[in-house]
Design a protein around this ligand. Structure first.
Ligand SMILES: [Zn+2]
Length: 377
């Protein structure tokens, strides 16, 4: 049975609402996952995510957890959900390796990624099979295949090379996942990841290959690293043409309001990104009238909320002047409040988008949101 159930489709775009059924819940798509790389979202607590923002799903990084605290501790706790005390849904990413551990990658070959362990300096090979077994031990609801993501701006030959390697690894990941009978989470799903940079033909080839291997869902990797927005939307659209309707499509690394709207308009269902919290830590605030920097002196004596149209705790209780003061004086509480607002803003935007798609007003909603977002504060 497919893990994805289609509920409603937009008349005038590829936007759609569905349900993703996974072990810890039934999540309405499209949805956005805040990133808990080490098991926690930076400056936002589980309580806030779960009780105040109704976040249904987080994504954590398998390798980071594997290195620290290590599988021994997480297995002793009963898996990553129990270790984190997070009983909603959880994805784990096995990639992001090159981005996170750039200095430590020793060699990438068809066998896998060998890296220098930053803690004990030993050289270790993460094969596709090992990447899957680590995630089997973590017990996430959705595990991701090991993929080879080249840096932005490489040649077509480099992207083709990484794509062929990624397909080979995907076949091995699938085999390892199917044959492991001792998963902590027996209903754990496995998603394949396409690569190919901004070359539509390579992306289509990758999507075909991933569909043929037979994954529960298809992810588009290698975005959010400097590509043109139009390339991103073209690739999603081209990939959707070869991916069966009953497969959920996950675009990794996308987290700005306008990109999310357009990716959804092209038919994407699932997203994750550090963008909202990372931008908050740099003082960049999302609002219905565009984004602004809280450190600008114009906010020093502004007693307005960050966004009058936002119903989050921070907007209801604190002024720009107060948040400007906390940010300028490097008060950690300021980073917490700004991260809270940006995460709430994105979570709430996705909620509004789902309603608009179901009510068949998505295109109108999108047009009005974009117009307002470009109007600037
Ligand atoms: Zn707010």
């Amino acid at each position: 049975m497919s893990c994805f159930e289609l509920i409603s489709e937009s008349n005038s775009s590829s936007a759609r609402v569905g349900f993703l059924r996974i072990a810890h819940g039934k999540i309405q798509t499209p949805f956005f996952m805040p990133v808990a790389t080490k098991g926690a979202v930076k400056f936002v607590t589980h309580k806030e995510l779960q009780n105040e923002m109704n976040v249904e799903c987080l994504i954590s990084n398998a390798f980071i957890n594997y290195l620290k605290p290590g599988l021994g501790t997480i297995s002793a706790a009963g898996g990553l959900h129990k270790f984190m005390s997070w009983d909603k849904s959880l994805f784990t990413d096995s990639g992001g390796f090159q981005l996170i551990l750039d200095h430590f990658v020793h060699k990438i070959s068809d066998k896998g990624v060998s890296f220098r362990n930053p803690f004990d300096k030993s050289i270790e090979l993460i094969s596709p099979e090992k990447a899957v077994h680590i995630q089997n031990s973590l017990g996430s609801d959705v595990a991701m295949c090991l993929d080879h993501q080249p840096a932005f701006g490489k040649t077509r030959a480099d992207y083709l090379d990484s794509l062929i390697r990624t397909i080979g690894w995907a076949q091995e990941c699938k085999k390892a996942h199917d044959s492991n009978e001792n998963k902590i989470n027996p209903s754990q799903l496995l998603f394949g990841i396409t690569q190919g940079g901004t070359h539509a033909d390579l992306r289509v080839k990758a999507a075909h290959a991933m569909c043929e291997i037979g994954f529960d869902g298809i992810a588009l990797g290698g975005f959010g690293i400097g590509e043109a927005q139009s390339d991103l939307y073209n690739i999603i659209s081209a990939s959707k043409k070869v991916i069966l309707k009953e497969k959920p499509v996950y675009v990794m690394g996308i987290g700005s309001p306008i990109e999310l709207l357009n990716a959804i308009s092209n038919g994407a269902d699932i997203f994750d990104s550090v963008y909202p919290t990372r931008m908050a830590r740099h003082g960049l605030i999302f609002t219905h009238k565009g984004q602004f920097k809280i450190d600008k002196s114009v906010h020093k004596n502004s007693f307005a909320p960050l966004d009058p149209a936002c119903s989050c705790f921070v907007c209801k209780n604190h002024s720009r002047a107060y948040l400007h003061h906390l940010f300028k004086t490097h008060e950690q509480n300021g980073l917490m409040l700004l991260s809270y607002h940006n995460t709430f803003f994105i979570t709430n935007l996705l909620k509004e988008i789902r309603v608009a798609i179901r009510e068949n007003t998505f295109e109108k909603f999108k047009k009005e949101f974009e117009l307002s977002y470009k109007s600037k504060n």
